[in-house]
Design a protein around this ligand. Sequence first.
Ligand code: FES
Length: 159
Amino acid sequence: MRFSAQLEARFERFLARYPQRRSALIPMLLYAQDEVGWLSPEVIAEIAGRLDLSVVEVESVISYYSMLRRRPAGKYHIQVCTNISCMLREAEPLFEHAREKLGIEPGEITEDGLFSLEEVECLGACSWAPAVQVNYDFHHEMTPEKLGALVDRLREKRP
Ligand code: FES
């Protein structure tokens, strides 16, 4: 499997930077995911091979981090935290609103490919609960109204 020339150059820099090749695993997975859209079995096998790791070792790392995806996602991947701090500040109705607004269940992608939805454990933004992450952007103290407006804004960006 080949990645873009730009990504291959980035991988070379990572591998030169870390004394232990395996230390480059998470950044390589993140950048591969950005390029391919998700961590497909082919991507996982390719990166495992480059770092002298087994597929199972790579999969175990992926399973730990909610930002690493084992399935395709929409252009805007919406993660809603429903863990304790967020739950105490109305994250569950917020998540229900996201399902209704997008018309999809967790793990699904809208028909136009724009949005996917995921319920996550903690985004590390507990002080600003309830927290939502859309791709790499955090949105704090979310309400159903703010989430609805955000989805509408992202829809309007559509070419
Ligand atoms: S519990 Fe929601 S961000 Fe930590």
